[in-house]
Design a binder for this molecule. Structure first.
Ligand SMILES: C[S@@+](CC[C@H](N)C(=O)[O-])C[C@H]1O[C@@H](n2cnc3c(N)ncnc32)[C@H](O)[C@@H]1O
Length: 255
C-alpha cells in the first residue's frame, strides 16, 4: 500500500474536527503557559500549525505575540475566525495543509500543539511536514511540538467497551454525549480510536486515528531530517522526559 492509499485509509471524522463541538470538548488551557512562554522568548513572528479553532492562537495574540494560524479544516478555521472577530482581533488564519504549505515568509517559532502531528500517518508525510517547517524557519528559529508518550497499556485497556468521556449541552439546547473506544493497530502504530457521538437521540460513530510516535523513533526522525533536539520534556511544566511521562514535548532548532 502506498502513502496516498494509507492516508485515505486513516483519518479523523468530521464531527471530531467540527469547530463548535471541538470547543465544547476542548475547553482547556493546560498547555497555554508553556507555548506562550516560548513564543515570548523568541521575540519574533510565530506560526501555529494545526491551529484549529484558535484555542491557543487567540489568547497568544491577545498577549502581544505576533502570531498567525494555519489549519486544513474549514469548520475549525471558520470557528477560529468567528471567535477572533468577536474579540475584534486582527488575526490571520490560513487554510492550508502542513505537509505542503508555502507562505513565502519565515518565522522565529513554528509550533504544532496538542498531539496534532499524530494526525499524520505515513513517515513520508512527517518528512514532508518537517521539510516545510525547516523551509519556513529562520536559521536560529525554534520548532516545538508535543505528542503523547504512547502507552500500549492504555490503548489495549481501552479496547473493550465505549467509555463516556464528555457530556455537554450545546447553545441550541441539544445534549451531546461522547464515548470512546480504542483499537491499537501494531503494524501502522495507529490507535484507531472510535468516538461515539449521541446528539439529541441520534448516534454517530466517528474515526479518530492517532499515529503513535515512540520516543526513540521520534528522536531519530528529527535527527535525520536535520533537527537538533534542544530540550525534551515530559509535561508542560518542563519536567524531563521519562518512561512515565504523559507527553513527549520537543524543542528543536535546525542542525
Ligand atoms: C487536536 S486539533 C488541535 C487544534 C488546536 N491547535 C488546539 O490546540 O486546540 C488538530 C487540528 O489539526 C488539524 N490538522 C490535521 N491534519 C492537518 C494537516 N495535514 N494540515 C493542517 N492542519 C491539520 C485539524 O484540522 C485540527 O484542527
Amino acid at each position: 500500500m502506498n502513502n496516498k492509499q494509507k492516508d485515505k485509509q486513516f483519518g479523523v471524522g468530521p464531527l471530531v474536527h467540527n469547530g463548535e463541538l471541538y470547543d465544547f470538548v476542548n475547553n482547556i488551557d493546560v498547555d497555554f503557559a508553556f507555548y506562550k512562554k516560548w513564543a515570548h522568548k523568541v521575540q519574533g513572528s510565530v506560526l501555529e500549525l494545526c491551529a484549529g479553532t484558535g484555542r491557543l492562537t487567540i489568547p497568544m495574540k491577545e498577549s502581544g505575540i505576533n502570531i498567525i494560524g494555519l489549519d486544513n479544516t474549514v469548520s475549525m478555521i471558520n470557528q477560529a475566525r468567528k471567535k477572533a472577530k468577536e474579540k475584534d482581533l486582527s488575526l490571520e488564519f490560513i487554510k492550508d495543509d502542513m505537509r505542503t504549505f508555502e507562505l513565502n515568509k519565515r518565522f522565529s517559532l513554528i509550533f504544532i500543539p496538542f498531539n496534532s502531528l499524530q494526525n499524520i500517518y505515513s513517515i513520508s508525510d512527517v518528512e514532508n511536514t518537517f521539510k516545510r517547517i525547516k523551509h519556513h524557519l529562520y536559521r536560529k528559529g525554534l520548532f516545538i511540538f508535543d505528542v503523547f508518550n504512547p502507552s500500549i497499556h492504555f490503548m489495549v485497556n481501552g479496547e473493550t467497551n465505549y467509555v463516556e468521556q464528555y457530556r455537554f449541552t450545546k447553545e441550541d439546547g441539544i445534549e451531546v454525549v461522547i464515548s470512546e473506544k480504542c483499537k491499537y493497530d501494531p503494524a501502522s502504530q495507529i490507535n484507531r480510536v472510535k468516538w461515539k457521538y449521541e446528539i439529541g437521540g441520534n448516534e454517530f460513530i466517528e474515526q479518530l486515528d492517532m499515529r503513535c510516535f515512540y520516543p526513540l523513533e521520534m528522536d531519530t526522525i528529527l535527527k535525520y531530517n536535520g533537527f537538533k533536539i534542544i530540550e525534551k520534556f515530559g509535561d508542560y511544566n518542563e519536567a524531563p522526559f521519562k518512561s512515565e511521562s504523559p507527553k513527549q514535548i520537543y524543542v528543536c532548532n535546525i542542525q
